[in-house]
Design a protein around this ligand. Structure first.
Ligand code: FMN
Length: 446
C-alpha cells in the first residue's frame, strides 16, 4: 500500500497529560506551576495558547485510577478531563477537545449524555477516545475484576454502538423552538434507541440535539490487533505509538486496510503518532534541561534506567560499575548490539557510537514511550517534516516535557517553521473538529 501526504497538511494534537507535561518531574522546573493539576485558570491559559498555534485538538488520555507514585512525581492524568473540557469549551472557539472514556467501566447512557452535552456546548469540537481500560487497578475501582481482552473488546463494540444509537435518537431537526405555534420539539424525529446488547442495554431516547458536527468522532489508542480492527469500523482518529518511520507506516497501512474491510476509505482514519520534545536555543540547552529533570529522580530510578539502557543493547551494566557522566568504556562498546525486540535500540547504538556519556544518552529520551527530540525548534520541525513527508503518519500527538513553556515554545518557534514549509495549516478550516480533521459528518450509527 502506498501512503502519501502529497499536498496535505499535518494534523496536530497537544497531549495535555495532567497539566504539567510528559515528564512527571517537570513540575519542579523553575517557572513551572507546581499546582497545575488543580489550577483551572492555568490549564485554560495552556488551552488558549494551543489554540493560538492552531492546534487541531487537545487530547487527554485517562485511566480512572491512581497509576503512579505521587511521592515525587505528578499524576499521569487530569483530575477529570471531561469536567476540565467544560471550562476549556467556554474559553476557546476552534480547538478540538478529545477525551478518553472507558468502554468497560462507563454506562453508555452516561458517556453519551456527557459527551453530547459537551459537543453541543463547544459547538461541535468534542471527540471520544474509546478505550477498553487494560490497566490494572481500574477494574477494582468499579467493583469488578479485569476482564479478558476478548470480552473487553466485545464490550467496546457494544458501548460505541449503544452510544452512537443514543446520539442519533434525537433526530436532526427535532428541535423546533417555535414560540408562535408552541411546538418545542418535533417528536416524530425522536425515537427510542432500544439498544439490546449482551453487555449493555439502553432504551433512550437521549434528549440532546445534534451539534454542528452531528456527534463526536471516535478515536482509538494503541496498536493491538483488536484495537486496529475496532478503529477500522468506528474511528476517525487513532493515537499511535510507533517508534520508527517503518513502524508508523506499518500501523498506518493496517488502519487503512481495516477501514476498507469495514467499507470505509483509509483516508477516513487519521493516525497521530506520539512525539515528545524539549526545545532549547541550542541542543546543549535542551539536553541540560533534560539532565536537570533526570536529577530530580531518586538515585534508584537512575540505576534502573541505566540497567534498562544496557538491556536495549544486550549489555549487562550496573550504575555501580560505570561512570554515567562518561561515555561507555570501549571494551563495553565492543560488546553492544541492538536488542531486536526493542525498536528504540538502533537509536541507542547510534548515540553510543557518537561517544555520548551514558547520562546524555538517557537525556536524549531513548527509553521514553514515544520518540524524543531534545534540540532546537528547527530540529523538532525537521523530525516532524521527515516523518510526515515520508507518509508515515497523518499527524502527531505531541507531548512537551513541561507544558508551562513547552506549548509556548512549540507555538512560537516550531509552528511558524512548519507553516513556512507548507506542512501545517495557517488557520482553522472551520468551527468543528470534524471539519478541521477532514473527516465526514456523522449522526447516529453509520
Ligand atoms: C498513545 C496511546 C494512548 C493511550 N491512551 C490510553 C488511555 O488514555 N487510557 C487507557 O486506558 N489506555 C490507553 N492506551 C492503551 C490502549 O488503549 C490499549 O489498552 C493498549 O494499547 C493495550 O491494548 P489491549 O487493550 O488490546 O490489550 C493508550 C495507548 C496508546 C498507544
Amino acid at each position: 500500500m502506498t501512503l502519501s501526504n502529497e499536498g496535505k497538511k499535518m494534523i496536530l494534537a497537544l497531549q495535555f497529560v495532567s497539566g504539567y507535561g510528559g515528564e512527571f518531574r517537570s513540575w519542579r522546573l523553575p517557572g513551572a506551576s507546581a499546582d497545575a493539576y488543580t489550577n483551572m485558570d492555568y490549564q485554560v491559559s495552556i488551552a488558549k495558547k494551543a489554540e493560538e498555534g492552531k492546534f487541531h485538538m487537545i487530547f487527554s488520555a485517562d485511566t480512572p485510577a491512581l497509576t503512579n507514585d505521587l511521592s515525587n512525581q505528578s499524576p499521569m492524568h487530569q483530575m477529570d478531563p471531561l469536567v476540565s473540557f467544560a471550562a476549556f469549551a467556554r474559553e476557546t472557539n476552534n480547538i478540538g477537545l478529545v477525551s478518553t472514556v472507558s468502554t468497560t467501566h462507563s454506562y453508555p447512557y452516561n458517556t453519551a449524555r456527557t459527551m453530547k452535552t459537551l459537543d453541543v456546548m463547544s459547538g461541535g469540537r468534542i471527540g471520544w477516545n474509546a478505550v477498553s481500560s487494560s490497566m490494572g487497578g481500574v477494574a477494582e475501582n468499579f467493583g469488578t475484576r479485569m476482564l479478558p481482552r476478548e470480552t473487553r473488546y466485545d464490550m467496546a463494540y457494544e458501548a460505541i454502538e449503544a452510544v452512537q444509537t443514543l446520539w442519533g435518537s434525537f433526530g436532526e431537526g427535532a428541535m423546533v423552538l417555535n414560540k408562535k405555534t408552541g411546538e418545542y420539539a418535533d417528536m416524530s424525529k425522536v425515537s427510542y434507541a432500544n439498544y439490546n446488547g449482551e453487555y449493555f442495554k439502553t432504551k433512550g431516547p437521549l434528549p440532546i440535539p445534534a451539534s454542528p458536527q452531528g456527534q463526536p468522532p471516535i478515536f482509538q489508542a494503541g496498536g493491538g490487533e483488536k484495537g486496529i480492527e475496532m478503529a477500522g469500523k468506528y474511528a476517525s482518529g487513532v493515537y499511535a505509538n510507533p517508534y520508527t518511520i517503518a513502524d508508523a507506516k506499518m500501523h498506518r497501512s493496517a488502519l487503512h486496510e481495516s477501514a476498507e474491510r469495514h467499507g470505509r476509505s483509509g483516508e477516513d482514519i487519521k493516525m497521530l503518532a506520539g512525539f515528545m520534545f524539549t526545545i532549547g536555543d541550542t541542543e546543549e540547552e535542551a539536553l541540560e534541561r533534560r539532565r536537570q529533570i533526570m536529577d530530580y529522580a531518586p538515585e534508584m530510578e537512575t540505576a534502573q534506567r541505566v540497567q534498562y539502557l544496557g538491556m536495549m543493547v544486550n549489555l549487562r551494566i550496573s550504575i555501580n560499575d560505570i561512570n554515567i557522566n562518561q561515555p561507555l568504556p570501549q571494551e563495553l562498546v565492543r560488546q553492544t548490539s541492538p536488542n531486536m525486540m526493542d525498536p528504540r535500540a538502533e537509536r541507542v547504538m547510534e548515540l553510543i557510537q557518537k561517544g555520548l556519556s551514558v547520562k546524555d544518552i538517557l537525556a536524549h529520551g531513548v527509553i521514553n514511550y514515544h520518540p524524543v527530540v531534545a534540540g532546537t525548534a528547527v530540529q523538532v520541525a525537521d523530525f516532524l517534516e521527515k516523518w510526515f513527508t515520508s507518509g508515515a503518519t497523518d499527524g502527531f500527538s505531541i507531548v512537551p516535557d513541561s507544558l508551562h513553556d513547552g506549548v509556548e515554545k512549540f507555538v512560537e518557534q516550531v509552528i511558524p517553521i512548519l507553516q513556512e514549509r507548507g506542512l501545517f495549516h495557517k488557520d482553522y478550516e472551520g468551527p468543528t473538529l470534524r471539519e478541521n480533521m477532514g473527516v465526514p459528518y456523522q449522526y447516529g450509527v453509520r
